[in-house]
Write a protein of this length. Sequence first.
Length: 317
Amino acid sequence: MPEIKRYFASTQVSDWTSGSFGAATSAFSASGGSDNSTPTNYIYIFNSSANFTVASGSGKVDILAVGGGGGGGAAPGTSYHTTAGGGGGGMLETTIDVSSDGGPAGNGVYPVVIGGGGAGGGYPSGLAVAAKGTVSSFDKIDAIGGGYGGSYIGTPSNHGPTLMGGAGGSGGGGANYRTYVNKGTGVTGQGNPGGNGNPSNSPGGSGGGGGAGAAGSDSPGGGNGGAGGAGDASPYSGASVVYAGGGGGWGPSSAGAGGPGGGGAAGNPSSPYAEMGGTDGTANRGGGGGAGGAGGTIPDGGGSGGSGIVIVRWSKS
């Protein structure tokens, strides 16, 4: 009888008797979140923070992550103050390797965190400054929260940096007061900048928040707010869904529309000035909040940003 090692030089007889030679690989099995699988793909959707667990094997999975949207700005109730839309949450798609011995603890458990939307600005609480959205993550993959919309906090002599839109996944729009028009910047590969406010005081207008698919619109002036930037579409849920639209900027003549993808509209102006709050961004779309109207004697707050989402997908074939 020929020696085994003549044909399998890299193996030992013990490999045969122990079963390690030619042993079957464990099939890939994983779950977490809400099961939305289709005939062709396994799909798990996370609308709230939880764990994705690989029970056995290893494989490649597609990840969609969208951060929470930024809050829309607000201002005191005076006619020459305009406020800006919040930026949509950062949005990214990527493919990674996962396994039953992967994750932070080496046990196949991958933490999933869903970012919250930033609070809309309110006056006088918080000096009218809106909040940035928070990060959505899958293990070490981070989708950055959207930037807050620019706000105006007080008198003409107190018009400092809160007029600037906040930086984020997508940037918040810039508020308006004379020459202060600064928009917030977005994260490359996740979003876009907000739109600038118009420096005119007769009257001006504020910019829309940026979206994952397009920058927020600048205010064209004439008291008109800029529209929120459009979000971007993803098929990862099993259907094409648009996420991370920017919030609309406010103006006393017209309110900026929210960007497609869950962006909130600015408060609706009435004659001569608005007394209406901005619309919230859509939950689990990462939309930015719409800017709150300002004018007359009763100000209204900006809309809050929408919460984010994480989706995990892999093929059944």
